[in-house]
Design a protein around this ligand. Sequence first.
Ligand code: FE
Ligand code: CA
Length: 495
Amino acid sequence: MDPVAFGRRVFVLGATAATLAASAPRPVAAPVRDPFTLGVASGDPTPDGVVLWTRLAPDPLAPDGLGGMPDRTVPVGWEIAEDERFGRVVQRGVVDAVPDSAHTVHVEAVGLAPGRAYFYRFRAAGALSPAGRTRTAPAPGALTAVTTCVASCANYPVGWFTAYRRLAEDEPDLVLHLGDYQYEYPTPERSVRPVAGPETTGLAGYRQRYAQYRTDPDLQAAHAVAPWLVVWDDHEVVDNWAGQATERGYPERRIAAFQAYYEHMPLRRTSVPHGLDLQLYRRIEWGALATFHLMDTRQYRSDQACGDGMRVDCAARFDPSRSLPGAAQEQWLLAGFRSTRVRWDVLGQQVFFAERARASDEAYAMDTWDGYVASRDRITAGFADVRNALVLTGDVHSHWANELVRDGRVVGTELVSSSITSGADGDAATDHPDLRRNPHLRFRSNRRGYVRARYAADRVTADFRVVDAVTTPGAPVRTAASFVIPDRQPGLNRV
Ligand code: FE
Ligand code: CA
């Protein structure tokens, strides 16, 4: 893929005024291709700062994963402005892009004003990046409403990223990505566009894969519209990995996947991986309105006591020693519930939280919270410490709206976001046998899309946004269903 094809400017390095003015014909310095083929991103806002991200990659699909960059450090300038035209620049600086990090850049800006939008861009090798819009979190006491979009499961070859485009057009203040940001597989039989390279197993492959995803203009638009809060699921490493898995190329594969993930996400340096470990679970405070508890539901799981059977009922799922987030993360979450004072405590995580008895064979999916019943119960018991508990979920490639029930009472609400493309077009069905068996599961759609949710002091309004096709480009978006969750009244009110 030729970066020039993206229709952006091509810059000439070394063609100074002097060389251009020289009268004698002489070879002009070789044109250097635009290094900003992967766009820009931002993430993890605080009241006074945010992470800014870019990567230099004039040849994004280079098989060595290095993006066509030379093996040397390149200085990258960055600037933050109050206005889209960069007339009122409030901060600027220079950061080194180094070969060891595939020339990715993470700037942790500080000293910004709370609760406002900013614009940012980068400069390197004579080129200017596209601009991104970002936002700081509100001041600690503020109850300002916020519009968020939740996305999950974007498989590049199986569909166009139209849902990312529509998400960007909704202009949310904040985007949550709940994992399966990329898929490790080679190009599948049914695809609308190829992925470069074989299944990703090493650092070069993962880096090349992330770079290819980031060349997508719809994904770039979604990153450029708002700061993202990211957590991963399985495919950032390999299908259904969890805990201390040892098969399929571990530990080298996990180390490589973790490094490439950090490099390509707008994360803080607290998430720099150390070998087999990457600290991903964290909290983002949104004034007095909301706290986003971002969870890592892969790295610390108890071993899968029921093997890899996805629908095997198994007594081990009740074992109180089993934990899906792991004991330390569970304690961290429950301690967070005890100290919170906000309206909405929101769990950003990946796997289906509500109990879901399967109509087909009365079995449960062991890869979800149904495989860790005691662990889930400890968390829903903790909901008693918060004013409103909301769980955000991805993974299942369909929209669901669920009420979370404990001791016969609704104690929380779960919004499950469909995929961006995984599962291709899906179908128009909204019925599902599991809805009848589980009356607390209230809505389902098998279209691709995302969940738009507006948090206000007195309610959350959730819109299940769908596109009817991803195997053809340009589908419009519509709202398949909307629900209101009033303050202090957990559960779903269809509107
Ligand atoms: Fe997925
Ligand atoms: Ca998944």
